[in-house]
Design a protein around this ligand. Sequence first.
Ligand code: SF4
Length: 471
Amino acid sequence: MTEIKEKCGIFGAYSYSGSDVIPLMITGLRALQHRGQEAWGISTSTINPYKQKGLLTENLDKSVPILEKMTSNAAIGHLRYSTVGGSSLRHAQPMAVGNKFAIAHNGTISDTKTLEKNLKERGISPNGCNDTTLAGYRLQTLLKENNWDWYSAIEKLAEELVGAYCFLIITNDGKVFAIRDTRGFRPLCIGYHKQTESYIFASESCGLYVMGASLVRDVKQGEVVRLDKNGMDSFSFYKGERAAHCAFEYSYFAHPSSIIDGRSVYHARKELGKQLAMLYNGEADVVVPVPDSARPAALGYAMESGIAFEEGLMKDRYAKRGGIRSFIEPKMVDRERINRWMVAVKEIVNNKDVIVVDDSIVRGTSSPNIIKTLRNAGAKSVKMAVTFPPITNPCYAGIDFPTHQELVAYRTCGANATVEKANKEVAKAIGADAVGYNGIKQLCKGIGLKETELCLSCNTGDYRCLKRTSD
Ligand code: SF4
C-alpha cells in the first residue's frame, strides 16, 4: 500500500434558509489556503467531488461554471498538503466512499495496518488507498454490517483509529458531520453565518471571520457534531484522554487571526517572543522578523527587550510564488526557491547587530539563506531567536516532517538534545553568530496551555499521546 499522510484544511457549511453555500465554501477555503496549497476540492450530497490541483485562486476561473451548477445548501471542502504520494489529483479530497458519503480529513492516521486488516478480512482491497479512504471505507463497513446509526459507527471507528484526525463527512441524504479525535491534535471549530443562516465547520476561525461569520465554539475532543434538517446535535466518544493540542499550530502553522481552543494565535506568538527576550536578553541594535509568521513574535521580543523592531526582511511580493509558505512546499528545491525571494532592507540592517526572530527551525533549509541575506546587506552580526523549541523528532500527528534525518536539530545534536546544545550546534549548522531557542517551559507559558494539554512529541520524543489508551 502506498501510505499517504494528510494534513490540510477542511471547511463545511449547512444553510438552514436553503441558501446556496458554495460561495461560502470558496471564501472559507481561500481563507484557509495557508493550510494546504497542492489541491482543493468540494463535495455536495451528490457525492461527486469536484477537485483541482494548485491554489484555489489559480483554478477558480475555469471552475466557476462547474461550481455554479453545484448549488447546494450543504457542502464540505478540503485543501491538501501532502507528504508522499505527490500532488496528483487522485489524492485530492473530499474522497467519495461509494455513493453513500464523501469524507475530508485533516491529520494523520498513524496505524493504517489495523484498518487495512479489518478491510481485507471483509474482502475489501485497500491497495493504493490513503489513510482517509481507509478510514472512510472502514466507517462504511461499520455502518452496514451492524446496521448502526452514525454515532455508534463513529464511536467504534474512533476506538480503532490511532493518530490525529478531524473529519468532515457529507452524506447522500444531505447530513454533514464534523469529527475531532479524542486528543484534539488538530483544530476544528463551529461558526454561524447569519445572512444565510448557515452553520459552518472550519479548521480555523480565520475561515469564519473572512465572511462575517461568528465563532460559536470549538468541536471538543472526542466529539462528533451533526447538521441535518432537524438542526445541530452532537455526541461524545471522549473517554477522558488528556488533551494533546499541536503546539506547532500556535507557533507556525495556524493563521495569526485564529482562535484555537480559546487561545488567540496572535497573542500566543507575541507572548512566545516575549519569553525569548526574557530568556536571552542579548544586546543588539534591531529586532527583525522572518516574514510572515514570526512578525508577532518579533514584536513581542522587541517590546520585552526594548530593542527597536524593524521590518528588515521583505518577501518579494511580485515573485509568482512568493506568497507561498516555504515550510509546506513538498519538494526541497521549491522550498529553496521560495527562500531566495527574501530581500533584506539594507538601510535597516547595515552595520547593525541584528536579532532575527523565526517561529521554528525544522530542516534548516531557509535559515542559512536568511542569515546570508542579512550579512550580504551589511549586518555586523546575526543572532537567531526561535520561538519553537528544538525539533529533534518526527511528527506522526499531521505535520510534514516524518523522519529524523530531515531535522537539522536531530542531525546536529541527536534525538534528546538540550536547548543549550541545540543553540550551539544549530548556530554552526546555519551560519548564525548565535541561536536561542525557547524551552518547553517558555513554549507552554507563551501559548497559555499546560504541558499536559499540548502535544510536544517532536520536541521530547515522547509519543504516548499517540497511543490508544490514556496516559
Ligand atoms: S509532534 Fe509536533 S508538529 Fe506534530 S502534532 Fe505534536 S507538536 Fe504538532
